[in-house]
Design a protein around this ligand. Structure first.
Ligand code: 0WD
Ligand code: CA
Length: 421
């Protein structure tokens, strides 16, 4: 693929904000610790009068699908600008030491995903909220190579509009089709760049703390599948007798543009093609997934409508071209393995009635980023604009100063503020 061309047949999108069509209930509890999140009402649901020819401005953003049915927006081919690794103790390294290599399995391998759950599983501590820290570390370590050619002055050290995790963008892409889980995204404008970091909702926190044992074990199955499929070097083979440690991660850092939004984000990559002749990253990367085996037309339809949406969104963003899926039975045995090309997923789902559309996902994300740019105007590392969404409602936000939502660490602020060498 031509790396400099846009990724889809496109026209430049003219976006406007949709008027607030549905009122939202803003009184939701959002934290497990019992603290109450109430968007401050003074700036919500007020459509200010606007000059002629500008669409009416709203301080909420619609998530209705029909609003986002237009031409696919410009999304530049993502370019890898670096990577980092997190080791078995979650320590950061500015290199690819945790890279793993894909080893093609048999078609029906009968991997036992339950093996090692009790004895050889080291689980990352989910109570530790890392926010954007690893990405910020990577930025500081690679600051000189990131500096734009045009802006070499200290006041604008980063040539990006947004810095975030890929996973947060995935949530945005799937929002118009999400009916179960809401989200909270904290946004801080600092030195001209908007940083987006997720805040766990109260519902998600409760769910995590009350996770049934069966679900806990099934979360392990995904990691165990990776162990069956990946080797630590190009010339070794997978070692299913080893420990599964979910602290370990290899993350790519990519740069791209969605219409006029310059993005820098990082995402965890499961493995790469081990063939030395494979294309350069991110085209050689592969995403691994497990899913329940499909036995009925209803199960196939649900797989297309819900699973493939999430898989597509997650891999399309960083330009990862393939997802390898292990289909498992009820007892956690992989019964078949199938590769999905991300570029062909829209074909696979085409015959599904009332199905999701990539253009709706991308246009919503684009309009959300425009909404953030327009509303999060105060450039201050201790100010957080907290964007909030619950299914069947519009996106709303509230503003918080020096609160528990502030997420840019002092070491980062200091490092970015200091005048360059
Ligand atoms: O603080 C937070 N709320 C989050 C932190 C949410 C999501 C991710 N993270 C961090 C972690 O440092 C993690 O290493 O991001 C890294 C992964 O980022 P991502 O690639 O942007 O996240 P996502 O696309 O949601 O998940 C990719 C993989 C998952 O694989 P599957 O196949 O299940 O989608 O990263 C893992 C998981 O293996 N993962 C996480 N690892 C650590 N912490 C987390 C998490 N919270 N969520 C998913
Ligand atoms: Ca995966």
């Amino acid at each position: 693929m031509d790396r400099h061309r846009s990724r889809s047949p496109t026209t430049s999108s003219h976006h406007h904000y949709s008027p607030n069509r549905r009122g939202g209930d803003n009184r939701r509890r959002n934290h497990c610790d019992g603290a109450q999140f109430r968007p401050s009402n003074h700036h919500l649901h007020q459509s200010s009068s606007t000059p002629r020819q500008t669409p009416p401005r709203s301080q909420t953003l619609s998530t209705r699908r029909e609003v986002y049915e237009r031409d696919f927006p410009l999304y530049k081919q993502p370019v890898e600008v670096g990577c980092f690794s997190l080791d078995s103790q979650r320590r950061f390294f500015n290199d690819s030491r945790q890279m793993r290599y894909y080893v093609e399995p048999e078609r029906s391998p009968s991997f036992d995903l339950r093996d090692g759950y009790r004895e050889r599983y080291v689980k990352r501590d989910e109570n530790v909220k890392e926010k954007l820290d690893h990405i910020l570390r990577w930025i500081v370590a690679n600051r000189s190579k990131l500096k734009s050619k045009l802006t070499t002055n200290a006041s604008c050290p980063l040539d990006f509009d947004f810095v975030t995790w890929r996973g947060h963008l995935t949530k945005l892409l799937t929002t118009p089709y999400e009916t179960r889980e809401g989200w909270l995204l904290a946004v801080t404008r600092f030195n001209g760049t908007l940083y987006i970091s997720e805040v766990e909702t109260e519902a998600a926190c409760r769910e995590r703390e009350n996770r049934p044992e069966r679900n806990k074990e099934m979360m392990y199955w995904g990691y165990k599948f990776e162990q069956y499929m990946c080797a630590d070097s190009t010339n070794s083979t997978p070692d299913p007798s080893g420990v599964v440690n979910t602290n370990e991660a290899f993350c790519t850092v990519v740069q791209t543009r969605l219409t006029d939004h310059k993005l820098l984000f990082s995402g965890e990559v499961d493995c790469r093609d081990r063939d030395p002749g494979a294309p350069p990253p991110p085209a050689c990367y592969m995403e691994l997934k497990t899913s329940a085996e499909i036995c009925t037309p209803k199960q196939r339809s649900n797989f297309h409508r819900f699973k493939l949406l999430k898989w597509w969104a997650q891999s399309f963003l960083p330009g990862v071209p393939r997802v390898v899926a292990g289909f498992r039975d009820h007892d956690g045995t992989v019964v078949s393995v199938e590769t999905f090309q991300i570029s062909k997923i829209s074909q696979v789902i085409k015959n599904e009635y009332n199905c999701w559309k990539p253009t709706v996902c991308m246009n919503f994300c684009c309009d959300f980023l425009s909404f953030v740019k327009r509303e999060a105007t105060e450039d201050n590392p201790s100010v957080v604009y907290l964007f909030s969404w619950e299914p069947h409602n519009d996106v709303t936000y509230s503003v918080h100063r020096d609160s528990r939502y502030s997420f840019l660490p002092d070491w980062y602020i200091k490092e970015i503020t200091r005048s360059p060498e």
